[in-house]
Design a protein around this ligand. Sequence first.
Ligand code: MOS
Length: 764
Amino acid sequence: MPRKIVKSKFFFEEDFVETIAEVSTEKYKDWENNDKLKVVGKPLSRIDAYDKTSGTAVYTFDVQLPGMAFARILGSPLPNAKLKKINIKKAKDLPGVLDILTSENTPKISWYNNTTLLFDPHVRCEGDEVAAVVAETEQIALEALDLIEIEYDELPFVSAAEDALKDKSVKLHDLGNIVRGKPDEYNRGNVDDGFKGADIVLEDKFTTQIAVHNPTEVHCSVASWVGSKLKVWDSTQGVFAVRNTIAESLNMPESEVTIITPYMGGGFGSKLEAGKYSVIAALLARNINRPVRISVDRKQMNLIMGNRPDSIQTLKAGVKKDGTLTAMTLTSVAAVGAYPNGGGCSGPVRQVYKCPNVKTTDYSVMINAGRARAFRAPGHVQGTFALESFIDELAEKIGMDPLEFRLKNYSETDPISGNPWSTKLLREAYKKGAEAFDWYKKRKTPGSDNGHIKHGVGMATQIWGGIGGPPANVTLKINNDGSVIVLGGTQDLGTGTYTFLAQVVSEVLEISIEKMQVIIGDTSAVPYGPQSGGSITSPTLSPAARDAAEQMKSKIISGASAVLDLPEDQLVYKDAVVYAKNDKSKSISIPELMRKMHEQMFITNGTRSPNPEHYALNTFGVQFAEVEVDTETGKIKVLKIVAAHDIGRVLNWKTCENQFHGGIIQGLGYALMEERILDYNTGKVLNTNYHEYKIPTIKDIPDIEIYVVSTGDTLLSNTGVKGMAEPAIIPTAAAIANAVYNAIGKRMKSLPMTSDKVLNVLYS
Ligand code: MOS
């Protein structure tokens, strides 16, 4: 069959890709019929479920090495200051203290795009690293931190993005406070013309809070040297990214650094990049010639390990009486903390609706507080809250049902590129979700319930990537007994990566899941692969796994052909046995084949094919929310969420539902309670623990119904998988906010929708 060559738009030199790439979908049509699949798509328990629930799974914090010492970090108590004097003598004299690092005795390793150092004598936020102690026990290390004496030159600080934009504001960096020196802008059509053509023009302002990732497992590393070689166990979403940063920081070849992440307890984006703590652990371990475990505590995590930036979003739209959007503009301002990061949230405005004239301006602004990091669907969660609240307002203004209004402005092609989508089943998602939720029956006039408990319903749309692409590899080895070693260029941040890799290989080779040994999260063993972020892990790795397995099947058939002395086209592969088509008595199993071939190990490497050109590639979905608002207490209770999404093929129903539940619950926390509170007078964070920073608990969790309206996206890859971990959280807060409006007839324009804000909106 002729191979159609497609060039990759990403990562590779184009002509290089041309020689190696093929559109795998031509070869792999047989997965189009979901019903034929035996393992893929099924609700299988995780292959590591027992290890995790029994406590035998080894997380970074569980790693125990002979002679291991323990390190902790001292953070700045001030939001902006220069270190005048550091005295470590008392700390050093404490029995059990082994070594101390500060800006005075540590190599100048640049960090955060060269805006600071590993230990910078200028601290720009509370928690910024000023020293690290390694000791015989963690307790001694903590005591020693208290004995380090530092004199600071206190500097004025800035705590809010709007203040940091003012001319007379404190400047965090030479370039000023705006990341990259200017806002991110996007423009299509002509918005002035668009507004002129509108019957109604509406403007409104929405704000969202800073939220902290707060994964269960705190950030930690164990660093160990053997001669010139460094091994680091790290709680990370990207073993290769961490390896590269550590190698670069320590000026070592990548071949001498190994990163291992067998299991980790969540990241949500806060563990996408290497942390300073990992490099600090490596330096300390080298200095004392012993393995070192370092970890932050919950407070440090809340201060400096990342957050979702806040936003002030001003939206303006023009709409015709029939509901047609004629123009939309968005200006957003986000506080991204003390070092550069992206705070833009205009993605949904640019891409969800057909609107021909769109202009967006995103300011990412630095302030003296812990730096933002990508957080589950960065930008889209805050952007969708504002856009989808605003769309509801527009629909009401012209007297249309919110769902009808969205269908009126449905975009059949990608409004950004003009390309068709590989698949877009949002209409089907709207239909499925509305039916399951009983939308048209539950809709009511806003605020029309009698009594102080008011019910309401709302909905919101979601768009995201979650597509992935090359480079990514999966390597397979067949053992002599017919069992399989699967080496995946990835790590499992807790989403079920081990399991889907085993499923895909099992499906193709018809070898049971129990015979799969999946090895991931080890840079010295596995082939290259990307960070687990952007919901790309399964859409990127599953095609590589299928490719490797299909190659392995070909290899087995070709080996059988030689041994049975029959041409390949007269052989069939079934249940890991190769049969002669016309004579079922002639057959050979994999163990027999291996023996005949003198136990030569069959190895294949599968790669992720490039994405198709000239198509837009996205995930879509809708969530419907039903709430109850107590107008006496201001308390919002979410009763039900119905989610209907287009996410391509589902590899495993159980882990898919896990992701939806997690995303929706995290979205509910964002909507109702989660908020990092920074005291403007002191520049300090007031709630750095689970007691004061509220996240949802079991009593807050509503009924959740999940519908997936898609099957495999055959244009996309040989598995047709799109990612769903981020789509799950994107529309939740907006759907809840719209339901609250429907309940009380007053719009909540500021997240989180705490009781005090609800009462304010109701009675002021
Ligand atoms: Mo995520 S923010 O894709 O880890």
